[in-house]
Design a protein around this ligand. Structure first.
Ligand SMILES: [Fe+2]
Ligand SMILES: [Fe+2]
Length: 250
């Protein structure tokens, strides 16, 4: 019997397969005993590009970003990332962003970057819920502001998608675009784990795959209604690699 592949393949007819390691929710903190250095060394041997899907730091403190930047010196391949909600916690998101960009990270927040003929499109995303149960813009201004933020993230994703010039595209999110990959989390918190608005945007374009984090107790694999493969790569989620990171070939 053939061994089950540890690598997800999302080919779209292009030559020159690119191996992408993807992991989210490192939650680097100042007291961490475990450094990410060994992990970054390992993925450098396994993949061509590393993608980090947000919650890079635990509390969004500049010192945490510095620790991550120092650990990333062990990473010999290009790094693409988005921020997560935890990276906003201390109100120092500009400092965190600058520290990581100075360390060479392609930190995407509504932009695209092209590496090895693959287009990477990144936004954090936002909450709002899924399908027909999605939060609507009705009632108090605070609710409307919440929905507006969710719509805004989807529009920023759309604008970034329009900049892509490559045939292969990886969408990088923190929040989930579908409910399928958050299954396993308590039902009560599904609306805080992502938004279908992201999937609606994704399905208007041709994408090779989508990666996200945030749902630590979710499941690895799902699809948008339009058929785009979606992978929850939060480091706590069990993956075919048996490692904290996923390996995708696109
Ligand atoms: Fe997280
Ligand atoms: Fe998160």
């Amino acid at each position: 019997m053939a061994e089950k592949s540890k690598t997800a393949t999302a080919r779209d007819g292009n030559g020159g397969t690119v191996r992408i390691a993807a992991v989210g929710d490192l939650h680097v903190n100042e007291d961490a005993q475990a450094s990410c250095r060994d992990l970054f060394g390992e993925v450098s041997r396994e993949a061509d590009i590393l993608v980090l899907t947000g919650d890079l730091t635990n509390l969004g403190r500049p010192r945490e970003a510095e620790i991550l930047a120092e650990d990333l010196r062990a990473c010999a391949i290009p790094v693409v990332a988005v921020l997560g909600n935890h990276d906003y916690e201390s109100g120092a998101v500009e400092d965190v962003t600058n520290i990581l960009r100075q360390a060479g990270v392609h930190l995407l927040d509504g932009q695209t970057t092209e590496i090895k003929e693959v287009g990477f499109v990144g936004v954090k995303g936002f909450v709002g819920g899924f399908g027909s149960r999605m939060l609507g813009s009705f009632g108090e201004p605070a609710i409307k502001a919440m929905v507006a933020e969710s719509v805004s993230e989807s529009m920023r994703l759309e604008n970034a998608m329009r900049q892509v010039r490559t045939n292969r595209t990886l969408v990088v999110l923190h929040y989930a675009p579908i409910a399928e990959t958050v299954a396993g989390e308590p039902l009560e918190i599904f609306p805080f784990l992502g938004s279908s608005r992201l999937a609606e945007t994704i399905d208007r374009f041709k994408v090779s795959a989508v990666v996200h984090g945030h749902a630590h107790r979710g499941v690895y694999e799902g699809r948008t209604p339009g058929g785009a493969p979606v992978y929850n790569v939060a480091m706590h989620v069990t993956k075919p690699t048996g490692r904290p990171y996923a390996l995708l070939e696109i």
